[in-house]
Design a protein. Structure first.
Length: 176
């Protein structure tokens, strides 16, 4: 019987040690690579969350969503027809205008409706004091809108609270 050549115990241990070392290094390397990948994923997710949640537009103000904002409340008024104050062109000029008021809340709209005769009177007096030449420009119309807000926001009673109109919108505007 022939015997197969045998390896010496020193060679077997060296080969085993050499064989185990690369296997041990590959496991360590694999764990390090997996750890680095996880670290990169976490860092990328954190950066994405930062940019999406804390993004500031070019004007420097953070983006804020208003969840509590209420829709505006509008109060349409009947059409006004008035004679305008005479100007240099001579002749009678008439203004026919339809307005819609904006107020913050429904209770303010109720207050406006309750005092509608006073409001209409104030607006009629203001409109009839205007000149046609002043109202033909956009600046003149904007000035008139501001004046109407001031008139509406005057208190209705001597000791009363001022009105709360925040805007006036022309829905029709005709000068003849």
């Amino acid at each position: 019987m022939a015997q197969a050549p045998t390896k010496s115990p020193a060679k077997t241990e060296a080969a085993g040690a050499a064989g185990e070392a690369p296997a041990g290094k590959s496991k360590k390397t694999l764990l390090i690579v997996i750890g680095l990948v996880l670290l990169l994923l976490l860092a990328g997710g954190g950066a994405a969350a930062y940019f999406f949640l804390m993004h500031k537009p070019a004007n420097g103000h953070a983006v804020v969503k208003k969840e509590d904002s209420k829709p505006p409340v509008f109060v349409p008024l009947e059409t006004f027809t008035v004679n305008l104050a005479p100007d240099d062109s001579g002749g009678d000029k008439f203004l026919q205008v339809a307005l819609t008021l904006q107020v913050p809340e429904d209770k303010d709209a109720d207050t406006i409706k309750l005092h509608m005769p006073q409001i209409r009177s104030r607006i009629l007096l203001l409109l009839s004091s205007q000149k046609a030449s002043d109202l033909l420009t956009e600046a003149g119309k904007n000035k008139l809108m501001k004046q109407i807000v001031v008139e509406i926001n005057k208190p209705f009673d001597p000791a009363g609270d001022p009105g709360k109109a925040t805007g006036v919108f022309f829905t029709s505007f005709v000068i003849q």
